[in-house]
Design a protein around this ligand. Structure first.
Ligand code: DSN
Length: 423
């Protein structure tokens, strides 16, 4: 590479990734094939429109490529349709809202501090300015069970046009059948934002919302799914020509969504990213990927138990998926920002996070969020989780002891470097 400034930063980032352990639950290490597709000549091509219906010439390969990604996504998630063009998760969610709703309509989503995502109605976001969000949340903080009765009552009172099941910091499975029953009673469309757990659904270790009557699923492609940064919208319904207007009926959601993604919200799709999505979807359909997903869950269980044994207060007392949220303020007497900084120093990367109804502000919240997708890709197994928990505990209880912190950092580095990045 001729540009030494950028080349040096790439090399430094590769070294950082190699010598540390990535515990942010929304991150992963992609395969060399995904990186190759991302860096391919498809980056040179404009392809506004959809396969067979483009506004530019020269689409002989892009049409086949996008169709391949669509077909793989449909087969993997049992969808009638897949739109593989969204650049990221936030615009994918926006696209669904705009495809189905009119300004002022109501969406029911998860309370943000209980695990909901910014695009599920955080004040100040574009969607919160345009739509009316109402909230459901956790009933029992010890088990993480949602308050489905309150959700039903609120849905009947506010008549949301979309009920959104999904989260970015909730460590339990949702009861999709209960969501479906509530949506049926109030007449809402059912949408799942499965960005965090798409890989686990593809790998067959968590439930697929489509099996419970959901209409739409949005997901990013770079978390447990282990693909490039980007997103997809999967839907049930009739697929028709996206260049022609259709009536706003639930069976037309695939076409309504296509028309909202392009030309509604985006211009040209990023075909190199779509190539990498196709590769990741191919990888996710293998037995090896299923085994990887089983290991993610086993590692998360082992890590959560090892942490709780050392006095970490975990929200809902454990996990059913790949992530954990720990209340470090009540466990150790300092906030999540302090914990994030200390753990960064020893080479364990995770993020500060709010806990349900957090009394502290979001930039200094009570909690941290961590997970096992990336370390499982590196090859760590249940037996290693005790060691990870021990390093975290030692570093946090001795956070001002620079000598000890440096010693742990060296141990983490030596350990991490014995688990290579995917090649
Ligand atoms: N930023 C993502 C996460 O970490 O969960 C969600 O967008």
């Amino acid at each position: 590479m001729k540009d030494r400034d950028v080349a040096d930063l790439i090399a430094a980032e590769e070294q950082r990734q190699r010598s540390g352990l990535e515990l942010i639950p929304s991150e992963n290490y992609v395969s060399r094939d995904v990186l190759t597709a991302l860096g391919s000549v498809f980056t040179n091509k404009y392809s506004e429109g959809y396969p067979g219906k483009r506004y530019y010439g020269g689409q002989i390969n892009t049409d086949k490529l996008e169709q391949l990604a669509i077909d793989r996504a449909k087969a993997l998630f049992k969808a009638d349709h897949a739109n593989v063009q969204p650049h990221s998760g936030a615009p994918a969610n926006e696209a669904v809202y705009h495809a189905w709703l009119e300004p002022g309509d109501t969406i029911m989503g998860m309370e943000l501090s209980h695990g909901g995502h910014l695009t599920h109605g955080r004040p100040g976001t574009v969607s919160a300015k345009l739509f009316n969000f109402v909230r459901y949340g956790i009933k029992d903080i010890e088990t993480g069970e949602l308050d489905y009765e309150a959700m039903h009552d609120l849905a009947m009172k506010t008549k949301p046009r979309i009920i959104l099941a999904g989260f970015s910091s909730y460590p339990r499975e949702l009861d999709y059948a209960k969501f479906a029953a509530i949506a049926k009673d109030c007449g809402a469309v059912l949408m799942a934002d499965m960005a965090h757990i798409a890989g686990l659904i593809a790998g067959g270790v968590l439930n697929n919302p489509f099996d419970y009557g959901f209409n739409v699923i949005t997901t990013t492609t770079h978390k447990t799914l282990r693909g490039p940064r980007g997103a997809m919208i999967l839907s049930k319904g009739i697929v028709s020509n996206p260049l022609k207007e259709v009536e706003k009926k639930v069976e037309n959601l695939p076409t309504l969504i296509d028309r909202t993604v392009f030309p509604g919200l985006q211009g040209g799709p990023h075909m190199n990213t779509i190539a990498a999505k196709a590769v990741a979807l191919g990888e996710a359909s293998t037995d090896e990927f299923h085994d990887y997903c089983v290991q993610i869950l086993n590692n998360a269980k082992a890590l959560s138990e090892a942490l709780m044994k050392r006095g970490f207060k975990l929200i809902t007392n454990g996990t059913d998926n790949h992530m954990m949220v720990a209340d470090v303020q009540s466990s150790f007497g300092f906030d999540g920002q302090v914990a994030e900084t200390v753990l960064d120093k020893i080479g364990l990367t995770l993020n500060k996070n709010v806990i349900p109804d957090d009394p502290l502000p979001p930039y200094r919240p009570s909690g941290i969020r961590l997970g096992t997708p990336a370390i499982t890709t590196r090859g760590l197994k249940e037996d290693h989780m005790n060691q990870v928990a021990q390093w975290m505990h030692q570093a946090l209880i001795s956070k001002d002891d620079d000598k000890l912190i440096n010693r742990i950092a060296k141990e983490v580095k030596d350990f991490a470097e014995s688990f290579p990045l995917p090649s």
